[in-house]
Design a protein around this ligand. Structure first.
Ligand code: GLA
Length: 406
């Protein structure tokens, strides 16, 4: 009796202190869409840029197309105050972060911010190590909606624990903040982060080229589009992604110097891979071709499809890979990615093919079922899968088709 009472007292005593934190549900049922400052502006961020970007997101039609988050990357930080609360750089953000969040919210958009699990961010600003709960509290008080959490200067830390700490801190702060993990795939987050973050980066940083590796001084590299697509092929990471927890192939470089075909291939593949669609160009100054790619409704619908399944690579013909993405209601998207510089004409006899998903139970047998085919760049109907389809994929470009059951 005495023992039971003691145990009960122990449980009662401990119970209020034992909080089981969870990430916020329902924030990323489809891949997040928005914009981030880093790819185009690096450390050159301030409140005017963020406000003008929010304005442009609305005026350009990007908001209507589904883009929602306006995300400030590294270099917004000032010092911590005497109580340890992080402050903005008063010169770059003279009105303060709360006022900026109010502005972005008044446009019907959401505001994202950046921090780092280590002692310093990648650009050398204060990291969240040791201040996780205070930082989360501060972000919540400011009205932040999205946190990108980086992995520089984390020597000696274990990724899973460090990211769980910030997840718990966000939960404690109480404001639903989308948690975007940026540890570059170093510790295979797809294997453990489903209940930790809403998306996790799978690669080092992207570079605005189709297939190059850009070597920085100091021995690290940034990666072209196809390098990132291929980076985790052996780990078969698509099996770990789904509604609420996505593989993040990095912020996009559409409009940042590649050819139109390369931008199309990049955007189309990010859609096929169910990656977050975070634009990385200057929204205040983009040409119609860039805007047309970024706002292609039907390609976005492939990315945002409720089934939440990433594409798999079915086959490669010469230099052209065929990718298949199962969609809701039995539809599917099929993309042909031409990696060579030469145009590639393909005569695709659908009825010779059966697409069997290597990880899930999707199977498409074109002998048994007929589908209508639509080219998502041209919006042209291409007939049905009952007949061979002849088409050309230009060099460094991508064709993407939606197939709908008849
Ligand atoms: C890392 C990240 C980038 C960017 C920079 C900022 O390299 O991977 O996406 O956030 O830090 O310093």
């Amino acid at each position: 009796m005495m023992r039971t009472t003691l145990i009960l007292c122990g449980i009662l005593f401990l119970a209020p202190f034992h909080v089981i934190a969870q990430k916020f549900d329902g924030l990323a049922e489809t891949p997040p869409m928005g914009w981030n400052s880093w790819n185009e502006f690096a450390c050159d961020v301030d409140e005017d840029l963020i406000k003008a970007t929010a304005d442009a997101m609305v005026e350009s039609g990007m908001k209507d197309a589904g883009y929602e988050y306006v995300n400030i990357d590294d270099c917004w930080h000032g010092e911590r105050d005497e109580n340890g609360f992080i402050q903005v750089d008063p010169e770059k953000f003279p009105s303060g972060m709360k006022a900026l969040a109010d502005y972005v919210h008044s446009k019907g958009l959401k505001l994202g911010i950046y921090s780092d699990a280590g002692w310093e961010t990648c650009a050398g600003y204060p990291g969240s190590r040791g201040y996780e709960f205070q930082d989360a509290q501060q972000y919540a008080a400011w009205g932040i909606d999205y946190l990108k959490y980086d992995w520089c200067n984390t020597e000696g830390l274990a990724a899973e624990g460090a990211y769980m700490t910030m997840r718990d801190a966000l939960a404690k702060a109480g404001r639903p903040i989308l948690f975007s993990m940026c540890e570059w795939g170093t510790d295979a987050p797809w294997e453990w982060a489903q209940d930790v973050g809403h998306a996790w980066r799978i690669s080092g940083d992207i570079y605005p080229c189709f297939d190059c590796e850009y070597r920085h001084e100091g021995g690290w590299s940034s990666w072209g589009v196809t390098k990132i697509i291929d980076m985790r092929a052996d780990q078969e990471i698509r099996q770990y992604a789904g509604p609420g927890h996505w593989n993040d192939y990095d912020m996009m470089e559409v409009g940042n110097g590649m050819t139109i075909g390369e931008d199309r291939a990049h955007f189309g593949m990010w859609a096929m891979l169910a990656s977050p669609l975070i634009a990385g160009n200057d929204l205040r100054n983009m040409n119609t071709q860039t805007l047309d790619i970024l706002t292609n409704e039907e390609v976005i619908a492939v990315n945002q499809d409720a089934e939440g399944v990433e594409a798999w690579k079915y086959q490669v013909y010469d230099s052209t890979g065929v990718w298949v993405k199962p969609l809701a209601d039995g539809d599917l998207a099929v993309a042909f990615l031409n990696r060579s510089r030469e145009d590639h004409t393909i005569n695709f006899t659908w009825t010779n093919h059966v697409f069997n998903d290597p990880h899930f139970n999707y199977s498409y047998n074109f002998k048994n079922s007929e589908y209508e085919i639509k080219d998502l760049w041209t919006a042209k109907k291409m007939g049905t899968t009952s007949k061979p389809m002849k088409f050309t994929v230009p060099g460094h470009d991508l064709k993407i088709y939606r197939l709908s059951g008849k």
